[in-house]
Design a protein around this ligand. Structure first.
Ligand code: PLP
Length: 412
């Protein structure tokens, strides 16, 4: 059977987070036996309950007539209107309901947008190219590869302050023997997973200008736009930048701000033509979201309860981030970038470990703490690990105590 599947699927590895989950399951009896039951700092999935408001809404909507029948692939008008209002209220951005499409989570949307862009061609150097952040969300490269494209890394490094000069990236792409005309899109993701960094308007202006000059689609993944702690400016929507709508679409998710990962809800909005092309593909592969989910979440989007929930959760994430960062420092970790957004901590591995994978495997087997190796996010992630501080404060405290008891210090 295997040979019947296309070459990309044959060579594909299961997504890293699910591989980690399987490995943890395999090791659980052994870890429990030595008093080190697994504590997961791996998945980017908040563990709080969603706002009570949306659960109550959903329950009441379930009895409505007609709510259980097919929706439409682009989403019900009430959902798209609520998004349009949210974009106006939060970002002062004008998108009409026709420039919005509902998604079965932003992961589905980004994967299908990529699929809609790429012409699959087997020859490596002739493939359509998508520029992806490195380190970045591990799914991007898999999405591009399985669509028959080539994911070209845009390096996010301490040296470039995580704001790469995109003209330099294009020069390097040419030097590497690729045809710049094959570049179809640039994916950006600020606040960034796994780095926890966001950027200012000036950098966004450079990004929009680059995409306009090179006539490529700008895909902004704003999954973490609501998760921030600084006193400075909130993370901005790319669509706030003048001229962005000529080249950009932006993906949003209910998963992270409202702890609704299992509901699978998101939206994409922006450039009308791109949204319409994407809508055609969506209409062939899904028939829209359960209407009750759309209705309940539409009411949540612009509610006081929803806004209050985000503020409260962010306060908890900030406290937990501080607890974990300080805990690492107490174990000898040198200063590293403290994230101003997202619920991720991105820290260097102790120097005695040769690779991120070696470190995270050691910590799992010794202490039962589940971390993600930095190289899972791209080659620039080597030498780092990611911890997601979504568990309870008590669990985080236990993690730091276990590292101490098990002799896992930065310099030992
Ligand atoms: C950067 C980024 N984008 C998108 C997603 C997908 O989120 P969802 O499909 O739950 O909306 C994630 C999930 O971890 C993510 O980290």
């Amino acid at each position: 059977m295997k040979e019947l599947f296309n070459q990309y699927i044959q060579n594909l590895e299961t997504y890293i987070m699910f591989r980690i989950k399987d490995e943890v399951e395999r090791l659980t009896p052994e870890l429990e036996a030595k008093g080190r039951s697994p504590i997961s700092l791996a998945m980017g999935a908040p563990t709080s309950n969603p706002p009570l408001f949306v659960i109550d809404k959903l329950k009441s909507i379930l009895d409505e007539r007609g709510i259980h029948t097919y929706s439409v692939p682009k989403g019900e008008l009430y959902f798209r209107k609520a998004v349009s209002e949210r974009m106006k209220i939060k970002y002062n951005v004008d998108v009409t309901p026709d420039e919005v499409i509902s998604l079965i989570g932003s992961k589905e949307g980004i994967a299908n947008m990529i699929r809609a862009l790429i012409n699959p061609i087997p020859n490596e150097k002739e493939k359509d190219i998508i520029l992806i952040p490195d380190p970045g969300y591990a799914s991007y490269s898999q999405m591009v590869i399985t669509s028959g494209g080539y994911p070209y890394s845009v390096p996010l490094t301490i040296q470039n302050r995580y704001r790469p000069d995109l003209d330099e990236v294009l020069d390097n792409l040419k030097k590497d023997g690729f045809n710049p005309k094959k570049v179809k899109a640039l994916i950006i993701n600020y606040p960034n997973n796994p780095l926890g960094v966001s950027v200012d308007r000036n950098y966004y202006r450079h990004v929009v200008d680059f995409c306009r000059r090179n006539k490529i689609l700008l895909i902004s993944d704003a999954a973490y736009i609501d998760i921030y702690f600084g006193n400075e400016e909130r993370p901005i929507s790319i669509l706030e930048i003048e001229g962005a709508k000529d080249v950009a679409v932006e993906f949003f998710s209910f998963s992270k701000p409202y702890s609704m990962t299992g509901w699978r809800l998101g939206w994409v909005c922006g450039n009308k033509e791109a949204i319409s092309m994407f809508g055609k593909l969506k209409s062939t592969i899904d028939s829209g979201l359960f209407k009750a989910l759309q209705k309940a979440s539409a009411e949540l989007l612009n509610s006081i309860e929803g806004d209050r929930y985000i503020v409260e959760e962010n306060n908890k994430f900030r406290l937990k981030r501080n607890e974990f960062v300080n805990g690492l420092k107490g174990l000898g970790w040198p200063d590293f970038h403290v994230p101003d957004s997202t619920f991720y901590v991105w820290a260097p591995i102790p120097p005695r470990f040769k690779t991120s994978q070696e470190f995270t495997s050691y910590v799992l087997q010794k202490s039962g703490i589940v971390l993600v190796p930095g190289n899972a996010f791209g080659k620039n992630g080597e030498g780092f690990f990611r911890a997601s501080v979504v568990c309870s404060e008590n669990d985080l405290y236990t993690c730091i105590e276990r590292l101490r008891q098990d002799g896992i210090f930065y310099n030992v």
